[in-house]
Design a protein around this ligand. Structure first.
Ligand SMILES: Cc1cc2nc3c(=O)[nH]c(=O)nc-3n(C[C@H](O)[C@H](O)[C@H](O)COP(=O)(O)OP(=O)(O)OC[C@H]3O[C@@H](n4cnc5c(N)ncnc54)[C@H](O)[C@@H]3O)c2cc1C
Length: 387
């Protein structure tokens, strides 16, 4: 039996029946609904909002949450596979689901009151309420403790002032989870679209994640009711807890992007005849392809073990940092190599390599840059904070 080039070690055989069913469902959605349109969406810098009801219908929004909140109680490995299959389509689609599920629904579930959970989560699972997550500020995302956005108590309300930058889903969102300094440390607030003084401004001229909405958010004395403050967390551990969830999913996403690129390199290379034979007959090309398969295999095994640790309650942020660093680096290198194997054809969005390569420039930067994750691992090894 020939091996599957995109899964040389048959990692799929390590999945449960339910996990495989989840993977197959999302793979079908990506093949049938995402791949036919995504090149054009990227060209036109358009997020395909028309897919949101289907994404919700498939149960991909807040899929790990309990059923009473609209979720399906899926395990961490299933959530990872959702991210992998969506990002095989495009990082922008996966980013939409990551932000909605891990950065917006998760904090409402983990840090919100029961009333807040029932108010927002079921509608978010149905895709009727879209969320965004505002942590990064214009003066520097790698140091979130230096947060300038602030909220001051005023009777039954809070007055919010400040700005957030690079916010995925910003202009699409009905609610924003906004982290702000208070007299009692950093706290999270659910800011609703239409609240006076709250504006979102889309970031244009992006060359990466073009099929995703990215925005700046501005808060000019926005009056937020106490009922919209997330009561069950204080301090940086609030937003960092959300990021650990989202980064976990991000370790899986780039595997899908890399698989799409290797698949493209194999198919294109077999048909591209130069010097009288397919370019895949050349040792130099085979070395590239073999190295892609090696790196994808290692990333698959890394994320699967990470998922098993998460499901066992043993996952630590350092585990996530190492996998996010490794898998983003793996995928961006493979996307660039594939672009090279395709020669000139590789520079157009008729093929996926350049789109994935450009998207991965964001994925390797957001939710902690590559350097930040390397420093997290270094701190674990040495006990010295080198930030
Ligand atoms: C497309 C996109 C979508 C995003 N979506 C969201 C979102 O939904 N919500 C949100 O809150 N944020 C979001 N972000 C922001 C993202 O998380 C930040 O861009 C990221 O954290 C880096 O922050 P920065 O861009 O301000 O870079 P900076 O923090 O200014 O970093 C600049 C450089 O300095 C390096 N650096 C920083 N500190 C150190 C150090 N101590 N030692 C060595 N090197 C260092 C970094 O690695 C980087 O190379 C998004 C970003 C992008 C591009």
């Amino acid at each position: 039996m020939p091996l599957n080039p995109l899964d040389l070690y048959d990692v799929r055989s390590l999945l449960s029946e339910e996990e495989r069913a989840v993977q197959d469902t999302v793979a079908r959605f990506t093949d049938e609904r995402v791949l036919p349109i995504i090149g054009d969406c990227f060209d036109q810098a358009r997020f395909p909002k028309e897919l949101v009801p289907e994404i919700a219908e498939l149960g991909l929004l807040g899929s790990s949450l309990p059923e009473q909140y609209g979720g399906h109680g899926l395990n961490a490995v299933s959530y990872g596979l959702i991210c992998q299959e969506l990002e095989r389509g495009d990082s922008g689609i996966r980013s939409f689901v990551s932000v909605q599920s891990s950065l917006c629904m998760y904090p409402i579930y983990a840090y919100g009151s029961e009333e807040q959970r029932m108010r927002w989560l079921p509608g978010m699972a149905r895709g009727e309420i879209i969320g965004c997550f505002g942590l990064t500020e214009p003066h520097g995302g790698s140091d979130p403790a230096n947060m300038k956005t602030n909220a001051k108590r005023d009777g039954d309300d809070w007055i919010l002032n400040g700005a957030k930058m690079w916010i995925t889903n910003g202009n699409l969102a009905d609610i924003a989870i906004v982290w702000a300094q208070t007299d009692d440390g950093i706290q999270g607030f659910v800011v609703e679209k239409g609240m006076k003084g709250f504006t979102a401004q889309e970031v244009h001229k992006k060359m990466s994640l073009r099929a995703s909405v990215t925005s700046a958010l501005f808060f000019d004395a926005v009056r937020v009711p106490e009922a919209n403050r997330l009561p069950n967390v204080k301090g940086l551990k609030g937003p960092l807890g959300c990021l650990t969830q989202a980064r976990y999913g991000i370790t899986w996403g780039p595997i899908g992007a890399a698989q799409a690129c290797l698949d493209e390199a194999l198919k294109y290379g077999a048909e591209r005849i130069l010097f009288g034979r397919p370019i895949t007959s050349n040792q130099a090309v085979q070395l590239k392809l073999a190295d892609m398969a090696r790196r994808i295999t290692m990333a698959q095994l890394l994320s699967l073990q990470l998922g098993r640790l998460k499901d066992a309650g043993a996952m630590q942020p350092t585990h996530v940092s190492l996998a996010k660093w490794n898998n983003c680096r793996m995928a961006i290198d493979i996307a660039r190599e594939t672009r090279d194997v395709l020669g000139g054809a590789g520079i157009t969005t008729e093929h996926c390599a350049i789109r994935h390569a450009l998207n991965l420039e964001s994925v390797i930067t957001y939710e902690g840059t590559e350097t930040v994750h390397q420093l997290v691992v270094g701190r674990e090894l040495t006990g010295i904070n080198a930030f």
